[in-house]
Design a protein. Structure first.
Ligand code: GPU
Length: 809
C-alpha cells in the first residue's frame, strides 16, 4: 500500500480531496465533511489492496469462509481503519496543522446500528480478526436503512427514536449495481415429471426482489489484507413494477413496490427473543438467497471448479439460526439450477455449512408457522419437507417405536418449522460460545441430536478484538503495557500474559492506577457535558452495560443499590466507600418488564442523587443510548464489571471480556464465559456469587423455590418488594416487576441470589480498600485477557471448522 509518508503529504492529499468532494475552501468545511474526506482518502489507499486481496484468493483458489449474520454491530470505522493501516499519528498531526483535532472529527461518524447486542458485535469482532489474521473470510448481511432505535430517556422512561444512520451517506460503502441478483418470494411450487421420468420443480407466479450489494472493506491490522463485508439492499425490479402497471393494477403495483422496500428498511429491535414476523422471515431469506447466489456465481466464474467440489473451496457459517435457510437454499441451487441428485446435493450442503448456537432460552429459539413459511417460500418449503421426511424416516429406522426421539429432532413439528433443528441437521459442525453453554447444548437443549451426532458438537469460546477494545478504546493503558512488556501483544494478544511479571511491581501498579483514574476522568467529563452531573473519580465505578433483560438481572443490581440506600438512610452515621453505579442498555420495544426496569433504575437514581444525606457516597446514572461508541468510553473507566445473569442463561457474554481487558474486576455469577474468566485469573481476582447452573436447573425441574418464602424470611427483601408497589419510590409503582418477582415466582432467582449479591458487594469494597491488592488483581485480569481475544477464537474456527489457511496478499 502506498501510504501518506508524513503529515505534509496528508495535508496535500486532504486538500485536493476536499476540493474535489465539496467544492469549497478548507476553512468552510464542516467537521462532518472533514470526517468524510479522510474516510474517502482511506478508501483510496486501500482500494488496490482490496482488489488485490480478491485476486490473490482467486488465483490461489484459497478456501474462503462466508460468515452470515443478521447483524453486524460495527461501531465507527474511521479510527480503527487509521490504526489498522498505521496512519493515526500522521493523520492527527496533519489535521492539527489544518486546525482540527482528530478527537473532534471521530465522533462525526455515526455508529451504524446494524445490530442489537452481543451477537452482532461478535460478528464484527470476527471479521476484524479474520482480516487481521490474513484469513480469507467475509461477512454477509443486510444493509438496514434504519438501525436499532436511538434511545432517549424521558421522565425516566425509554423513548425510541428512529436511527436514520444513513442520512449523511456512508463513505465506507461501495454500491455494486453490476453484482445485483434476484430473490423470489411467493407464488406456487410443485414437482412435475420430465420426459425422461425424473421429477423437476416448477415455481411460478412468484414476485422478484432485486438484491443490490453494498460492500464495506474490512481492513487487516498492519497487513495488506482487505476482506469484504457485503450488505444487501432490497430494491423493486422495474420489470415487475411495469408489468403490474401495464396489467392496469396500480394498487397492486404500489403494494409490490412498498413491500419490497420494507425488506431492508428496519433492523428488528430484539435480542435473544423472537416474535416471529413475516417480514423478519423475508429478511432472512433475502439475505441468504442473495448471499448464496453471489457466492456460487463468484465460485463458478473465478474458481472454475465443479459444483461437486463446492465444499472444498467454500465454507459457510451461520451465526445462530437467522441465516439457517442457507441449508434449503443451497439445496435449491444444487438441485434446481445445477441438476444434482438429492444425495449429492445434501452431502455437499452439510459439508459446506457450520452452525453456532447463541442461546438456550426457549423463547428465543426460532420457529416459523408452516402456513406462513409455505406461502412465502413455496419452493424452499418443499425442500424442507423433503429434508424432514427423509430425516424422520432415518430416525424411526434407527430408533423404532421411539416417537419421543422423532419429536425432539424433527424439523417440522406441531405446525412449525424448527430452525435450530434444521441448522444442526444441515451442517457438519455445531458449536456453543462458552464451555458451560456448549455443555448445556449437549446435555439438554440439543441432547437428542448429540446422541446421534456426537462428533458434530464442539465449543468455541467467544472472544473480542483487542484492537478496538484495548488499543483503540484505551490508548493510555496500551502505552503503559508497551512500556512494561514491549508492544508484541498488539500483534499477539496472548503475549499480554507477560504482564504477570510486573503485576506485583509497585511502580507499575501506581501507573496502572493513574491510567484508570485518567480514564475515569475522561468519562466524568463526558457525563458532565452530556448530563450536567458530577461524578467523583475516586469512587468505585461499578458498571452494567448490556441489553436490558430479566435474565441479565439489572433488577438485582438496582435492588442491591436501593437496599444500600435504605441502609444509609437508616444509619446516618454509616460511612461506605463512595460508589458510582452506571447502567446502559436498550430494552426491546415490546418488552414491558425490561422497560419498567429502566424506569425503576432512573427513578431510584433520581431519588438517590437528589438526597444530600447520601449523594456524597452514592450516585446512580442511567446512560442513554448505549452503543459501541459509548462502550469504548465506558469499558476503560470501569473498576467493577457487573456480569450477574442467572447461571445457565447467558450463553457467553462478551462485555465481560472487554471489561477485564481494561482491568476491571468481574463481579459475576458462574455463567457463560465468566466461568472461564475466573478460571484463568483465579478466584482471588474476581468476585463470584450466587446459584450455580445445576442448582438453577434443579429448581426448574423439581421445584422447591418459592419467592414468597424469600419475602417472608428476609426483611430486606420484604422492604424492597413493598417499596415497588407502595409508592415509596418517588410515588411510582412497579407492578409488573413486583408480579414477576413474587406472583410469577421469580423465574430468574433475583430474590434467591439477593443475599449473596449483597455479600459480594461487601467483598468488592473490602478488596478496593487495599489499592495495591486491587490493582494487582486488575493487572492479572489484563494479563489473562489474551485468551479472550477473538484472534484466538477465529484461529480455532479456522482450523477446526472451516479448514481455511492464511493467505499473504
Ligand atoms: N445473543 Br440468539 C444475542 O446478542 N442476540 C441473539 O439473538 C442471540 C444471542 C448473544 C448471547 O445472549 C450472549 O450470551 C453471547 O455472548 C452473544 O450472543 C455472542 O455469542
Amino acid at each position: 500500500m502506498k501510504k501518506w509518508q508524513d503529515k505534509e503529504e496528508f495535508k496535500k492529499i486532504f486538500t485536493e480531496k476536499a476540493h474535489v468532494l465539496w467544492e469549497k475552501e478548507l476553512r468552510d468545511l464542516t467537521l462532518n465533511e472533514v470526517y468524510q474526506t479522510i474516510a474517502y482518502m482511506i478508501r483510496d489507499l486501500v482500494s488496490e489492496d482490496w482488489i488485490r486481496t480478491n485476486e490473490v484468493y482467486a488465483e490461489q483458489k484459497a478456501k474462503q469462509v462466508y460468515y452470515f449474520s443478521i447483524e453486524f454491530l460495527l461501531g465507527r470505522l474511521l479510527q480503527s481503519n487509521l490504526i489498522g493501516i498505521g496512519l493515526e499519528d500522521i493523520c492527527r498531526q496533519g489535521l492539527e496543522d489544518l486546525g482540527w483535532k482528530l478527537e473532534d472529527v471521530v465522533p462525526q461518524e455515526r455508529d451504524p446500528g446494524l445490530g442489537n447486542g452481543g451477537l452482532g458485535r461478535l460478528a464484527a469482532c470476527f471479521i476484524d480478526s479474520l482480516a487481521a489474521l490474513q484469513l480469507p473470510g467475509h461477512g454477509c448481511s443486510i444493509r438496514y436503512q434504519y438501525g436499532l432505535f436511538n434511545q432517549r430517556i424521558v421522565d425516566g422512561q425509554q423513548v425510541e427514536l428512529p436511527d436514520n444512520w444513513l442520512v449523511n451517506g456512508y463513505p465506507w460503502e461501495v454500491k455494486r449495481v453490476d453484482k445485483a441478483v434476484n430473490v423470489r418470494f411467493g407464488g406456487n411450487a410443485y414437482m412435475r415429471p420430465t420426459e425422461d421420468g425424473e421429477l423437476e420443480c416448477v415455481h411460478e407466479n412468484y414476485s422478484s426482489v432485486r438484491a443490490v450489494p453494498y460492500d464495506v472493506p474490512v481492513i487487516g491490522y498492519h497487513n495488506d489484507t482487505v476482506n469484504t463485508l457485503r450488505l444487501w439492499r432490497a430494491e423493486y425490479s422495474r420489470e415487475d413494477l411495469y408489468r403490474e402497471l401495464t396489467l392496469g393494477d396500480r394498487h397492486r403495483a404500489f403494494r409490490y413496490k412498498n413491500n419490497v422496500q420494507l425488506i431492508s428498511r428496519f433492523l428488528y429491535p430484539e435480542d435473544s427473543t423472537e416474535d416471529g414476523r413475516r417480514l423478519r422471515l423475508m429478511q432472512e431469506y433475502f439475505m441468504v438467497s442473495a448471499g448464496l447466489q453471489s457466492i456460487v456465481r463468484h465460485y463458478k466464474r473465478k474458481y472454475k471448479e465443479s459444483m461437486y467440489k463446492f465444499d472444498q473451496y467454500i465454507a459457510i457459517h451461520i451465526n445462530d439460526t437467522h441465516p439457517a435457510l442457507v441449508v434449503p437454499e443451497l439445496m435449491r441451487i444444487l438441485l434446481d439450477e445445477e441438476g444434482m441428485a438429492w444425495e449429492d446435493a445434501w452431502d455437499i450442503t452439510c459439508r459446506t455449512v457450520a452452525y453456532t448456537n447463541h442461546t438456550i432460552l426457549p423463547e428465543a429459539m426460532e420457529k416459523w408457522s408452516i402456513p406462513m413459511f409455505q406461502s412465502l417460500l413455496p419452493r424452499i418449503y418443499l425442500i424442507v419437507e423433503e429434508i424432514n421426511n427423509r430425516w424422520l424416516k432415518e430416525v424411526r429406522r434407527l430408533y423404532p417405536g421411539d416417537e419421543n426421539k422423532a419429536r425432539s429432532v424433527a424439523i417440522l413439528w406441531d405446525g412449525q418449522v424448527h430452525m435450530a433443528h434444521l441448522s444442526v441437521l444441515g451442517s457438519h459442525s455445531v458449536n456453543g460460545v462458552a464451555e458451560i453453554h456448549s455443555q448445556i447444548l449437549k446435555d439438554s437443549t440439543l441432547h437428542q441430536f448429540y446422541t446421534i451426532f456426537p462428533n458434530r458438537f464442539s465449543n468455541k469460546t467467544n472472544g473480542v478484538t483487542h484492537r478496538r477494545w484495548l488499543i483503540e478504546a484505551n490508548p493510555q493503558l496500551s502505552d503503559l503495557i508497551d512500556e512494561a512488556i514491549g508492544d508484541e501483544w498488539r500483534l499477539e494478544p496472548s503475549k499480554l500474559i507477560r504482564l504477570k511479571t510486573v503485576s506485583s511491581d509497585s511502580a507499575f501498579l501506581d501507573k496502572l492506577a493513574k491510567v484508570k483514574k485518567a480514564r475515569k476522568e475522561i468519562l466524568a467529563d463526558y457525563i458532565k457535558k452530556e448530563y450536567d452531573t458530577n461524578i467523583a473519580v475516586d469512587s468505585i465505578f461499578d458498571i452494567q452495560i448490556k441489553r436490558i433483560h430479566l435474565y441479565k438481572r439489572q433488577l438485582l443490581n438496582i435492588l442491591g443499590i436501593l437496599h444500600l440506600y435504605y441502609t444509609l438512610k437508616a444509619n446516618p452515621d454509616l460511612r461506605v466507600r463512595p460508589h458510582t453505579f452506571l447502567f446502559g442498555g436498550k430494552a426491546a420495544s415490546g418488552y414491558g418488564e425490561a422497560k419498567q426496569t429502566i424506569k425503576l433504575i432512573n427513578v431510584v437514581a433520581n431519588m438517590i442523587n437528589r438526597d444530600k444525606q447520601v449523594n456524597k457516597q452514592l450516585k446512580v446514572l442511567f446512560l442513554e443510548n448505549y452503543n459501541v461508541s459509548l462502550g469504548q468510553l465506558l469499558f476503560p473507566a470501569a473498576d467493577v464489571s457487573e456480569q450477574i445473569s442467572t447461571a445457565g442463561k447467558e450463553a457467553s457474554g462478551t462485555g465481560n471480556m472487554k471489561f477485564m481487558m481494561n482491568g476491571a474486576i468481574t463481579l459475576g455469577t458462574m455463567d457463560g464465559a465468566n466461568v472461564e474468566i475466573c478460571r484463568e485469573v483465579g478466584m482471588e481476582h474476581c468476585v463470584i456469587f450466587g446459584l450455580r447452573a445445576e442448582e438453577v436447573m434443579n429448581y426448574y425441574m423439581h421445584g422447591g423455590y418459592s419467592s414468597w418464602n424469600m419475602y417472608s424470611s428476609d426483611p430486606r427483601i420484604r422492604q424492597l418488594m413493598n417499596s415497588l408497589v407502595d409508592g415509596s419510590i418517588n410515588g411510582e409503582h412497579f407492578g409488573m416487576l413486583y408480579e414477576s418477582l413474587l406472583d410469577r415466582n421469580d423465574e430468574f432467582f433475583v430474590l434467591k441470589d439477593f443475599a449473596a449479591y449483597c455479600e459480594a458487594h461487601t467483598e468488592i469494597s473490602r478488596r478496593y480498600a487495599n489499592q495495591k491488592q486491587w490493582f494487582h488483581s486488575s493487572a492479572i485480569n489484563i494479563a489473562h485477557s489474551g485468551y479472550f481475544s477473538s484472534d484466538r477464537t477465529i484461529q480455532q474456527y479456522a482450523s477446526d471448522i472451516w479448514r481455511i489457511k492464511p493467505v499473504k496478499v
